[in-house]
Design a binder for this molecule. Structure first.
Ligand SMILES: *[C@@H]1O[C@H](CO)[C@@H](O)[C@H](O)[C@H]1NC(C)=O
Length: 296
């Protein structure tokens, strides 16, 4: 067992927890681990990071980052003051889940972990939550439409020849709606898949926005995905490159399958299903080789 000799904080925990950095619970909690007041505060802070300046952008970790100051003396007051393609979709999906969860009745089956079942918004705050989240989604859709409407190429990637293409592969945006101009690990191909999934989920919750706003945008991402699902990408941690990362593959497959179910046009239905099947077929050999290669 080589890992005993490698020094890292994770390994200190390994001894206590068994096989990972996470300390597992013996069984699910009976009740939420936070008070209602703490939960409300958490959501208040969360919602302060969406629809930045009313422009639909999502900001991650505004403000100083003490860990960066400690480790590297980085004093930037807003080290993460950007709109991140991946983070924006995941954060807004979390908000949509909150609306969905609050709408369900107690006796309906829920797919979330049992420990979270107590998390419900009270009936009196639900209409406000719904309308706030709807506003956020409408603003976000406008932000995405502006990304697609750009005509001036930022030119961060040699292989990308048009501003329109940058809307799909750029992971990091400033709040003027332009791609971040510094060096970064590009392209990142999970963005369109996550964004399409978010837009389709939002369309289920706010069906009156489907035809005019949400589906046309989701369709752009799905159509891009059909053509580019084998494109080489940076990984989730923005360190290495491959055309077959598990995360990218899973979210791309999910988006294509959901797109197949969501579309009503039979031609689109077929196109998304074909792409999902094509992507799925690539799985076994490459994926197994990688996993076996790393574990031996
Ligand atoms: C959206 O368009 C479809 C197909 O034209 C139509 O059947 C549906 O009623 C429309 N939905 C809304 C909410 O307008």
């Amino acid at each position: 067992m080589l890992r005993r000799w490698v020094w890292s904080p994770c390994l200190l925990l390994l001894g206590a927890a068994g096989d990972s950095c996470f300390v597992h619970l013996k069984k699910p909690l009976e009740a939420p681990p936070f008070s209602a007041a703490e939960e409300a505060e958490l959501w208040r802070l969360f919602e302060a990071n969406v629809n930045v300046n009313g422009l639909g952008a999502v900001i991650a970790s505004p403000g100083a980052c003490p860990a960066q100051v400690d480790c590297c003396g980085i004093m930037d007051p807003m080290p993460y003051g950007f709109h991140w393609t991946r983070d924006a979709s995941l954060s807004l999906l979390t908000l949509l889940e909150r609306v969905e969860r609050s709408t369900r009745h107690n006796d309906e089956p829920v797919s979330m972990a049992p420990s979270l079942r107590g998390w419900r918004t009270s009936d009196s705050t639900l209409p406000k939550l719904r309308s706030d989240v709807e506003k956020t989604i409408v603003a976000y859709a406008a932000w995405v439409a502006r990304m697609h409407g750009r005509t001036r190429l930022a030119g961060n990637l040699e292989s990308v020849q048009s501003a329109a293409e940058e809307a799909f592969v750029e992971p990091k945006w400033s709040f003027d709606g332009e791609p971040y101009r510094g060096g970064w690990c590009r392209p990142q191909t999970d963005g369109p898949a996550l964004r399409a999934r978010l837009l389709m989920r939002a369309a289920e919750i706010f069906p009156h926005l489907v035809n005019e706003t949400l589906w046309p945008l989701a369709q752009k991402d799905l159509d891009w995905l059909v053509e580019h699902h084998s494109m080489e990408s940076c990984d989730l941690w923005e360190e290495t490159r491959d055309s077959d990362f598990l995360w990218n593959r899973v979210v791309q497959l999910a988006a294509l399958v959901e797109g197949h179910h969501f579309a009503t046009d039979p031609v689109l239905k077929r196109r998304y299903l074909d792409a999902a099947q094509q992507k799925g077929k690539l799985w076994p050999t490459t994926w197994r080789t990688t996993v076996q290669g790393k574990s031996s």
